[in-house]
Design a protein around this ligand. Structure first.
Ligand code: ATP
Length: 361
């Protein structure tokens, strides 16, 4: 990746009547990066991507493609391309005609077009015999690959994806997620992808941008967002999580305001960097929490009653009720299942290295 961003947004806003769908967005996307924008419905993902492709006008702000301002450039003059969920393929035409469409627009000669279409069929793992096949005879996954081949035929600098896999069944979606990641690596193109699915984002992306109400709440690599979210919103958006309201004490320790947490004497409080009187949210993911058997110790311990157990295939999830009624989540690999039963009094423990403190909420 070069240091110079391929795309840079400065202070971009979009207003519909008096409603701000995007508010003062800044973003830099590096050349060759796979950036995924995730956020709940209505957070502004589609609006942003439509502005970037040029099919929606911004209200305010600047967009640079390398050193050129592009916010006033119409969609057909931008070196970008978009792949939609609906795909927008020509159903009565052949796979080959669909892939070659952008090349035909550029008046490339038929022999070169055909050669490029064949290359792209190979790249997308579609047999060459598909060249003659009608789109309406293709399955959902095959159509998706054709749409990708056609996007690549445009040879765009950046490909934008608007939930392209959301209409596909689970298995196919999982396969195509991996193929897309692989395709990204093989082509070296810049991919900007929007989705509701965090898992999709985690599997494919170099970085994830979490959107909330027209702003970015956090932009970072997947691991960072998962392990060190900046807010309750991001923590909860990134899957199951246990959050405790905490206050720092003069002794350097911590006090739980909700669930009572027993903190091992020592410097857990200092390690979490919460000074006296400061409040924060202590976060621990369910897979980092363990059931404590007698004689075991942990930096943090809470008591509870095991209320439910759910088999999730390779993992088992547990719901534990804390004395104040809060529900805590624990997740274990199948082979590390808890040996007790629903209704048992349990002790849960975890260590400071699996703990994250959120202070900006
Ligand atoms: P989803 O995941 O449901 O597709 P999204 O994050 O893509 O949602 P957008 O489609 O960008 O969200 O919409 C952001 C907000 O802007 C929503 O509240 C939506 O109602 C509003 N909005 C979008 N387009 C228009 C429009 N043309 N006129 C008025 N409001 C709009």
């Amino acid at each position: 990746m070069s240091a110079e961003p391929i795309l840079r947004l400065e202070n971009v806003s979009k207003r519909f009547a008096d409603f701000f769908a995007l508010s003062e967005i800044d973003l830099e996307i590096q050349e060759g990066e796979f950036l995924t924008i995730v956020g709940p419905s209505g957070s502004g993902k589609t609006t942003l991507i439509r502005i970037l492709v040029g099919i929606e006008e911004l209200t305010e702000g600047k967009i640079w493609l390398r050193n050129t301002r592009i916010e006033q450039l119409p969609a057909n003059r931008r070196p970008t391309c978009m792949v939609f969920q609906s795909l927008a393929l020509f159903p009565h035409r052949s796979v080959g005609e669909n892939i070659e469409f952008p090349l035909k627009l550029r008046k490339q000669d038929p022999k070169r077009r055909r050669a490029r279409a064949n290359e792209l069929l190979d790249l997308l793992h579609l047999p060459q015999s598909f060249y003659e096949k009608r789109i309406q005879e293709c399955s959902g996954g095959e159509r998706q690959r054709v749409a990708l081949a056609r996007a690549l035929a445009f040879d765009p600098e950046i490909i934008f994806f608007d939930e392209p896999l959301s209409a596909l069944d689970f298995r196919l979606r999982k396969d195509l997620e991996k193929e897309l990641k692989d395709l990204h690596q093989r082509t070296g193109k810049t991919f900007v992808y929007i989705t509701h699915s965090l898992e999709e984002a985690m599997i494919m992306s170099d970085r994830i941008a979490i959107m909330r109400s027209g702003r970015f709440e956090q932009i970072a690599v997947a691991d960072e967002i998962y392990a060190r979210p900046v807010s309750r919103f991001v923590a909860e958006f990134m899957g199951e999580v246990n959050l405790f309201d905490i206050e720092g004490m003069a002794s350097g320790g911590l006090k739980g305001n909700g669930v009572e947490i027993y903190i091992k004497p020592g410097d857990s409080g200092h390690l979490l960097n919460l000074s006296a009187g400061m409040r924060g949210l202590l976060m621990v993911r369910p897979e980092a929490v363990r059931f404590m058997y007698s004689g075991e110790t942990a930096d943090f311990v809470v008591k509870g009653v095991l209320r439910a157990e759910y088999a999730l295939g390779s993992r088992t999830q547990y719901k534990v009720e804390a004395p104040n009624g809060d529900e805590l989540a624990v997740e274990k690999l199948r082979e590390d299942r808890f040996l007790g039963q629903v209704g048992d009094q349990v002790m849960l423990g975890w260590d400071v290295e699996h703990t994250h403190m959120i202070t900006e909420d």
